[in-house]
Design a binder for this molecule. Structure first.
Ligand code: UGA
Length: 436
């Protein structure tokens, strides 16, 4: 099949490379000339494990290419995927659909024959209707069908998620679109990946419901963690105790500093806004958004408390800046609020992150950056683990303590058991690990 991927950002690039790896011919189109030039020269603009090798191999096999020229790419396409960004709209939190609608207009202007358009971007219910309307209005002469195929991949594990999905959701109101998308995903039939074919609106809502549910699960366990601290219980054991119940499931029950990233914060907010607009508010998700927002700042207070009530004039070492490991993405990362909270309270910050420092520099001010965990800890009055990178999972705690001024460890991801930290001379604070 010949596939056009409109938007060479995170989702477009990963999906395009994976479709090419299935054996399809994929052209990724983006209006950002510099990005396309970089990709043509083999430079990948994001950090995602395995993506550079996957792109290189498929380019070498002539199955994957990059261009700014949509007119040329569209001529022979069996399907055109829209994979442009849908950020939070400034001011009101609705999804900003301007890039999606621009993509629809670009497709209409360049189409030469019947087309199947598929939205992969996360878009509110009804966006497919509007995309269809835009294209039909501009090009009443061509046959167009618009489907929805939301993406469920996680940053840091995107390629494996794409190739071994729990399910593929296809929202198509007409059988032709469903057949084309089914053909594109056919290589996954071997893995027996379930394909769920629904109406377009159902597919659009499924994506938001999935992200909102996962964000709710995390927020639930975070609040239980706070309660654990108060009553002297251990949230990790509670999570295991409930997670082994198949109806609940063990995943997404790791208590921490609150969820961040490019998806959960914007998608939960957009769902809240859409539901309010429809007169059917999703109050649970409203609470999730509010609780998670407050939590990030509360984590700064937790660090201050661990530092005997004050960080004024103290040097705080931060390990991990990205919103999760194996990415360089800093969007809505808890580290941003936590560091700002500590700086407001008079602390100076030294930080280390394996991949995120370049992005962090653009978002944080007055932070010193270290080259590794041990140099970060040098002369520090406390060390705070914000992101659970593998590089921080097996630190020599004794060595770490020896270079510090004060042996305080605040572990916001519960990477280290309290006993191990204390055995190495640390004063330990985890999340949801109460003491009695
Ligand atoms: C999320 C979803 O997991 C994907 O299925 C979805 O496709 C994607 O959003 C999207 O809409 O594009 P992602 O944002 O890459 O993926 O990362 P997650 O692994 O879901 O983590 C999100 C946040 O939740 C991170 O800040 C992470 O640290 C936090 N988290 C996750 C926890 O605090 N506890 C957990 O148990 C799990």
């Amino acid at each position: 099949m010949r596939v056009v991927m409109l938007g060479a950002g995170y989702v477009g690039l990963v999906s395009g490379a994976c479709f090419a790896d299935f054996g399809h011919t994929v052209v990724c189109v983006d209006s950002a000339a510099k990005k396309i030039e970089d990709l043509q020269e083999g430079r990948i603009p994001i950090y995602e494990p395995g993506l550079d090798a996957l792109v290189a191999e498929n380019v070498r096999q002539n199955r994957l290419s990059f261009t700014t020229n949509l007119a040329e790419a569209i001529k022979t396409a069996d399907a055109i995927f829209i994979a442009v960004g849908t950020p939070s709209r400034r001011g009101d939190g609705f999804a900003d659909l301007s890039y999606v609608y621009q993509a629809a207009r670009d497709i209409a202007q360049n189409a030469t024959g019947p087309i199947v358009v598929v939205t992969k971007s996360t878009v509110p219910v009804g966006t497919g209707d509007e995309v269809e309307r835009i294209v039909k209005e501009l090009r009443p002469d061509i046959e167009i069908t618009v489907a929805s195929n939301p993406e469920f991949l996680r940053e840091g594990a995107a390629i494996i998620d794409f190739k071994r999905p729990d399910r593929i959701v296809v929202g198509a109101n007409d059988p032709r679109a469903a057949a084309v998308i089914g053909e594109i995903y056919r290589p996954l039939y071997l893995n027996q990946a379930p394909i769920i074919v629904t109406s377009r609106r159902t597919a659009e809502l499924t994506k938001y419901a999935a992200n909102a549910f996962l964000a709710t699960k995390i927020t639930f366990i975070n609040e239980i963690a706070d309660l654990c601290e108060r009553v002297g219980a251990d949230v990790q054991e509670v999570a295991r105790g409930i997670g082994l119940d198949n109806r609940i499931g063990r995943k997404f029950l790791h208590a921490g500093p609150g969820y961040g990233g490019s998806c959960f914060p914007k998608d939960t907010l957009a769902l809240v806004k859409t539901a309010q607009d429809c007169g059917t508010p999703v109050r649970i998700v409203e609470a999730v958004v509010a609780v998670n927002d407050q939590r990030k700042r509360a984590m700064a207070r937790k660090v201050i408390q661990a530092c005997r009530g004050s960080v004024r004039g103290k040097r705080i070492a931060v390990l991990g800046l990205t919103f999760k490991p194996d990415t360089d993405d800093m969007r809505d990362a808890p580290s941003l609020s936590i560091i700002a909270g500590l700086q407001d309270a008079g602390a100076s910050i030294i930080a280390y992150d394996p991949e995120g420092i370049r992005q962090a520099k653009a978002l944080l001010s007055d932070v010193i950056y270290a080259d590794d965990a041990y140099s970060c800890a040098q002369e520090a009055d406390a060390i705070v683990i914000i992101t659970e990178w593998n590089a921080f999972r097996a630190l020599d705690l004794n060595r770490l303590r020896e270079v510090m001024r004060d042996p305080i460890l605040v572990d916001l991801r519960n990477v280290y058991p309290r006993t191990e930290a204390e055995k190495n001379g640390f004063k330990y604070t985890g999340v949801g690990i109460g003491m009695r």
